[in-house]
Ligand binder design. Structure first.
Ligand code: C2E
Ligand code: MG
Ligand code: MG
Ligand code: MG
Length: 292
């Protein structure tokens, strides 16, 4: 209650603001303790080759588990982790453990797969980033060409020296750089020339109504022909329906991810379901009239 003289003031939150405030505070606490208390877990979503129906690799997608065993999605903690700087250590943990899993799959599934990892700008700009990436690669004897580093368009907007140098070093190391959520950010295409980009990931908002929305259809076609001319690979994100799958096949896109093929899941579950998922993809694929 604010006193009349105004010296002692309290902030009154609306119930919504209060809930938000509590949530932020508890997530911040979880972020502070997640490494010590083992609260992080990586889910993996298969990336499918549309020419063969096979799983060529996975994208690592981070989750946090609170003390009541609730799974917290990255949308709820990544941006806060970026603000506080916690993303630097968390991101390093993620790269290290995802590389470890990749090495394990090399033994258990007995096939070389790619691993795609999301890296936020604050993490990329950390002075330790390249060394940590190198360390993880060395620790698990990873072939760098199997690693994809996903960045966002907003990072390229800041055409600063650090970004350019780090991206060039990642490229020199042999890892591939992908632009995540391509098409949703800054729309200058000149950065495709300025930076060593190898892969574009078409955002799922364009996939969602690609059959009904002519603009999205044109945009996807545009991205695919652009990437063909620039020798870039394309991954279509968020394929949920067979119609979307057909459309993307018909558009000659080679790689895709989406709930139609598989949701992200923890490594053990994915390992146990690997063959079944792959068989289902191949079946889906054979049923399509547009299969290669
Ligand atoms: P993203 O990198 O664009 O990842 C794709 C998101 O779309 C994932 O959400 C995935 O579960 C979801 N998705 C995949 N297929 C489908 C589909 O068919 N339908 C629908 N509706 N959704 C689909 P998720 O796992 O919640 O991750 C959200 C975002 O959090 C990621 O978007 C990424 O930007 C960020 N993120 C996740 N893990 C990390 C990480 O380790 N580091 C950083 N910096 N960011 C991360
Ligand atoms: Mg991603
Ligand atoms: Mg994305
Ligand atoms: Mg994203």
């Amino acid at each position: 209650r604010a006193k009349e003289d105004g010296r002692q003031r309290y902030n009154f939150y609306t119930p919504d603001q209060e809930a938000h405030f509590i949530e932020q505070t508890s997530i911040e606490l979880l972020l502070q303790n997640c490494l010590d208390d083992n609260l992080l877990v990586i889910y993996y979503q298969p990336i499918i080759c549309l020419k063969t129906g096979k799983i060529i690799g996975t994208e690592a997608l981070l989750r946090m588990i609170d003390y009541d065993n609730n799974l917290i999605s990255p949308d709820q903690f990544i941006s806060l982790a970026e603000e506080t700087g916690a993303i630097v250590n968390i991101g390093n943990w993620c790269i290290h453990n995802a590389c470890k899993q990749l090495a394990q799959w090399r033994e258990t599934i007995n096939r070389d797969m790619v691993l795609s990892i999301n890296v936020s700008s604050r993490q990329l700009q950390s002075i330790h980033f390249l060394k940590q990436l190198n360390d993880s690669i060395a620790a698990w004897d990873i072939d760098p060409s199997k690693l994809i580093i996903e960045i966002t368009e907003s990072l390229l907007m800041h055409d600063n020296h650090t970004n350019k140098e780090v991206l060039q070093s990642i490229d020199k190391l042999g890892c591939k750089i992908a632009i995540d959520d391509f098409g949703t950010g800054f729309s200058s295409l000149s950065y495709l020339m300025k930076f060593p980009i190898k892969i574009l990931k078409i955002d799922r908002s364009f996939i969602r109504d690609c059959q009904t929305n002519p603009a999205n259809k044109a945009l996807i076609g545009g991205i695919l022909s652009l990437s063909q001319n620039l020798s870039l690979e394309v991954i279509a994100e968020g394929i949920e329906t067979t119609d979307q799958f057909d459309f993307i096949l018909q558009s000659n896109c080679e790689l895709a991810q989406g709930f139609l093929f598989s949701k992200p899941m923890d490594a053990d579950l994915l390992t146990s379901r690997w063959e079944e998922l792959e068989q289902a993809c191949i079946t889906e694929f054979m049923q399509s009239e547009h299969a290669y």
